[in-house]
Design a protein around this ligand. Structure first.
Ligand SMILES: [Fe+2]
Ligand SMILES: [Fe+2]
Length: 233
């Protein structure tokens, strides 16, 4: 495990403490994204709620298929921009910083989608249209939307992600609260989690770690805006 990964896992574990979580969250709870991100984030959240309803294994499976996509978009957009602006060292530094963050976060999102879809297979039967085709369609749409918006104005794309991650955090928080006893009684075994370096003892511990990941993604999206704009200055 790299130092960056070890530090990330330490932060995720520290957020199991309610007071630490509140303190970490509070720093950006009042962040107000611009009008376009609020509009796009609002559509995404509304569609998710309309199609998948309240928190469930299958809702999370769909959310996670879609949620990892912007990280891939940013890495791709940064790659495209570097192909055009490689002689500008300041810009290259800025683009490489976001690409590093995007790769790291997309690996983290991959554990969510892989492990949650394995859990969903055991817990809830999935319809092909609602649970496979629609998330794929959304992921495709979201990929290109994040990509082009990033090319035009990175801030808009990062702020849309802030809203989507906030929604994911809220949904996991509710799911943990509503299903605490049953999640604590269910063991979890996953070769993918072991490979990643995370070892929850129950589904409760797993979903709590995912909830913590989402709030860190939320905050990091805004930190990236600051880094981006500082490098640009
Ligand atoms: Fe996620
Ligand atoms: Fe996330």
């Amino acid at each position: 495990m790299s130092t960056e990964h070890a530090e990330f896992e330490k932060l995720i574990e520290s957020l199991n403490d309610e007071a630490a979580l509140q303190e970490y969250k509070a720093s950006l709870d009042r962040y107000r994204p611009g009008l376009l991100p609020r509009f796009l984030g609002g559509i995404l959240v509304w569609c998710g709620n309309a199609i998948y309803g309240k928190p469930s294994y299958l809702k999370f499976r769909a959310v996670e298929v879609i949620a990892r996509v912007p990280y891939h978009s940013w890495a791709s957009a940064a790659f495209t921009l570097l192909t055009l602006f490689y002689t500008d060292e300041t810009r290259a530094l800025k683009l490489s910083t976001i690409a590093r963050f995007a790769h790291f976060a997309s690996d983290n999102e991959t554990i969510h989608v892989v492990v949650i879809s394995a859990l969903a297979r055991k817990e809830q039967p999935a319809g092909i249209i609602r649970h496979t085709i629609i998330p794929l369609f959304f992921a495709f749409f979201y990929f290109w939307m994040s990509y082009f918006i990033y090319l035009i104005n990175p801030r808009w794309s990062l702020e849309t992600n802030y809203l989507f991650e906030q929604h994911a955090f809220d949904q996991y928080t509710l799911f943990l609260k509503q299903n605490e006893a049953s999640l604590k009684s269910k063991a979890i075994e996953s070769d993918f989690l072991t490979w990643y370096g995370r070892h929850p003892r129950s589904q409760y511990e797993f979903f709590r770690s995912v909830r913590n990941d989402e709030v860190v993604h939320r905050n990091q999206s805004i930190h990236e805006i600051t880094l981006n704009e500082n490098h640009a200055a």
